[in-house]
Structure formats: structure tokens, C-alpha cells
Design a protein around this ligand. Structure first.
Ligand SMILES: [Zn+2]
Ligand SMILES: [Zn+2]
Length: 401
């Protein structure tokens, strides 16, 4: 039996006929499901109440605070826990990203896979750094996996943050920090609490999420914009506001700053603070080195970070590739399978010809079966074509993109 990893509506780790699903993006597999954290691009499994899910209680509380409902079938896990599922054992580690965020270490008799989820390798104002874990295959997120992303020292950013906030108040305007409700918002509150006497007013989901942080012992001093105290502070104009991105302003005469790792790209054009809850390029490479993997698979990146696997090969000498629908093992991809997927994909493209028509996967499996392809090969090929942007998936099936 071989340990296998691939992307198929999430990350699938398989050993023999057993497997686990990590951060699924749709309901593609019946394997036990693990969710790393409460950001919506990772937590989609919670849209399927019938599914058994493993996640931390903090992730659950944060999703509730963000307005998700029907969060049924949770098996709560904590850092250090081990979940035994037949021959597979999943261990839970801190990923340093946001409250309750985990990495999952999947142990099998053939070797170990570590999936980082989103992670941060630095000590931040709210989180302890991600823990490196010895593993054979490392599946690592690469949001900022390009040499152009090098975050300045956190303490220096913190100084910029509070100086800007205080100066803005002195000039008669209210400093507003737009930040992700989960993670960045709490770090800004923590910095302002630590360095200034400026009261902090939070808006909308940033308030509810901060309540969750407080509920597990974080000492964050802020009030909601709708409360009497919040209203008074906004009228006095002697406060800072922390609000989710893209939400309506709760005050006028404001000065707005962006808080995000992406701020590195916008700093010249607008007020933007590069305070990230992700590792930067060097953080990622250092983390990989400490995990000592035999093979690295990259995921969760964009066009700017698509070469990260080459950087891993060059600077660390570790074999690396982007995680895709092709099956990967510790020794490398299963090539035979890849040729089959390509042949099957060509066949599917020849078959799916009517623009806009939705083809059901079951029908395609039957059609491809006639050409000698297994259901598994057909499903992988569909996944491959979706990834390539040739097909689009809907809830009923797939159609030409
Ligand atoms: Zn995240
Ligand atoms: Zn993410």
C-alpha cells in the first residue's frame, strides 16, 4: 500500500482504501474531514451539516461569530490531539495563523504528511508561531511564496501603526483600519492597546470575532460601534476604528488604512500596513527546512507565487511540485496515472461540446467507461480540466468554461 496525496475538491490523503479529506472546498469525498481554520476558503465543509468534521472549538466559535449556521457534526480537536482512523492517525498542531488554526499531521505506516493550512512562522501580537513537524511529504500554503514578499519587522510595523493612528486623531480625523475580521483585526487592537491610550471601536463581524478571542482569554480592549460607548467615542472623534474590509463606514471624516500582507504591494499609493498572519517567502523556506520533508507540494498560492516550488528545489534541494489533481507519493508523482489523465481529459473535451450545457459527472463516467477509462480516472480528469479553467463545476455538473 502506498501513501498518496492529491487535490480533489480539497486535499485528499489516502492510504490503501482509507483516507482523510483536508479543507474540502466541496462535498467530493466521504472520507473523514478536517478543517484547519475559520477563514471561508478553508471552512466550506461546514456548509454541509451532514458531514462529520474535525476542527478546533475556536474554529467553530469563529464561524458562528461570522454568521455561519447549522454547524452540526463537529468533533472538536485541540493542539496535541491524536485522532485514530484505522491505519491513519491525524495529529493536531498549531499553525500560528489565527485563533484555533491548525496544521494536520497525517501518519500512516508508509510515512507522514503534514498539511500546514494557512500558517505564520513568526511570533505575532496575538499568536504563537507555527510548529515545525518532521514529515515525509509537506503540503504547504504559499500565499506569499515569492521573493518579492519580505515583510518588515513586526515591531517596526507596530510603531508605524500607532504613530499613524495618534497623528490622525491629532489632525481631527478618525483613523480607520480595514482588516480581515479574523486575525488582522485582533492584532491591530492588541497593538493599539499595548502602545497607546486610544480607545478602539470595532465594527460588525470584527466585534463578534473579537468577543470570541476574549472568550478564550485574550485581553483585548475594544467596544462595538453600535454600543452607547462606541457611539460616544465616535462622536468624540478620539478613538481608532477597526472594521472588516469592504464594509460600510460607521463614521465620517475618517482616514482609512489597509492592514494585510498585501499591503506590501500598495504602500506607495495609500496608507497600508503589511501586518500579515501568513509566513513570508523566507518564513516559508525556513519552515520547510525545519520539517525536513522528502517531498514538498505547494498549494494556496496565486500567479505571483506559482514558481515557489522551483525556489524550494533550488535553495533547499528538496523535490517539490504544485499540488494538483495528479496523484503524488513520497517518491514523486504516479506518472502512469498522469498519462491516463491526459488521455481521458482529451476524450472529455471531445465529448463536452455543447456550450453552456451542464454535463453530469455520472454520465461522463459512463461515457468514458466505454472508452476504457475507470470512474476514478474520469473524476480526476474532470478535476484536472476544472483546474485548468477548461471546465467549470456547478452543483449539478460541469460545463465548458
Ligand atoms: Zn486563512
Ligand atoms: Zn487561506
Amino acid at each position: 500500500m502506498e501513501l498518496k496525496v492529491r487535490q480533489r475538491g480539497g486535499i485528499v490523503v489516502e492510504y490503501g482504501d482509507q483516507g482523510v479529506m483536508l479543507d474540502p472546498t466541496r462535498n467530493s469525498h466521504s472520507y473523514p474531514t478536517f478543517v484547519t481554520h475559520a477563514h471561508s476558503d478553508h471552512a466550506a465543509a461546514f456548509k454541509h451539516p451532514e458531514r462529520e468534521k474535525y476542527a478546533t472549538p475556536e474554529t467553530y466559535e469563529l464561524l458562528k461569530a461570522m454568521g455561519w449556521n447549522r454547524l452540526d457534526n463537529l468533533n472538536p480537536v485541540r493542539f496535541g490531539d491524536k485522532v485514530k482512523l484505522g491505519d491513519i492517525e491525524v495529529r493536531v498542531h498549531n499553525s500560528g495563523h489565527v485563533l484555533g488554526s491548525t496544521q494536520y499531521e497525517v501518519n500512516t505506516p508508509e510515512g507522514t504528511v503534514l498539511y500546514t493550512g494557512d500558517m505564520c512562522t513568526e511570533d505575532t501580537f496575538t499568536m504563537n508561531p507555527a510548529q515545525a513537524v518532521d514529515c515525509d511529504m509537506l503540503i504547504i500554503e504559499t500565499t506569499f511564496g515569492s521573493p518579492m514578499f519580505q515583510f518588515p519587522k513586526r515591531d517596526d510595523v507596530a510603531v508605524e501603526v500607532y504613530q499613524w493612528a495618534v497623528n490622525t486623531v491629532l489632525s481631527g480625523r478618525i483613523p480607520v483600519f480595514t482588516a480581515d475580521s479574523i486575525g488582522n483585526a485582533q492584532e491591530i487592537i492588541s497593538i493599539l492597546n499595548q502602545y497607546t491610550n486610544l480607545p478602539v471601536v470595532t465594527a460588525k463581524s470584527a466585534s463578534r470575532v473579537t468577543d470570541v478571542y476574549r472568550g478564550v482569554g485574550y485581553n483585548l480592549d475594544s467596544v462595538d460601534s453600535k454600543s452607547d460607548e462606541g457611539q460616544e467615542l465616535i462622536e468624540s472623534r478620539k478613538c481608532a476604528i477597526v472594521t472588516p474590509k469592504r464594509s460600510k463606514m460607521v463614521a465620517d471624516k475618517v482616514e482609512v488604512a489597509l492592514v494585510s500582507g498585501w499591503a506590501l504591494l500598495f504602500r506607495k499609493k495609500r496608507v497600508a500596513f503589511p501586518l500579515s498572519d501568513h509566513a513570508d517567502y523566507r518564513g516559508l523556506l525556513g519552515f520547510i527546512r525545519r520539517c525536513k520533508p522528502k517531498r514538498v507540494l505547494t498549494c494556496h498560492g496565486g500567479s505571483m507565487t506559482k514558481d515557489f516550488h522551483n525556489h524550494v528545489k533550488r535553495s533547499l534541494g528538496v523535490p517539490a511540485a504544485p499540488l494538483s489533481s495528479r496523484v503524488e507519493t513520497i517518491r514523486g508523482p504516479l506518472m502512469k496515472n498522469e498519462n491516463r489523465i491526459q488521455a481521458c481529459s482529451r476524450q472529455i473535451v471531445r465529448t463536452v461540446r455543447i456550450p453552456g450545457f451542464v454535463y453530469q459527472p455520472g454520465w461522463l463516467v459512463k461515457e468514458m467507461g466505454r472508452q476504457g477509462f475507470t470512474p476514478n480516472e474520469t473524476e480526476n480528469s474532470i478535476e484536472f480540466l476544472i483546474e485548468k479553467g477548461i471546465l467549470k463545476g456547478t452543483s449539478d455538473g460541469v460545463h465548458l468554461a
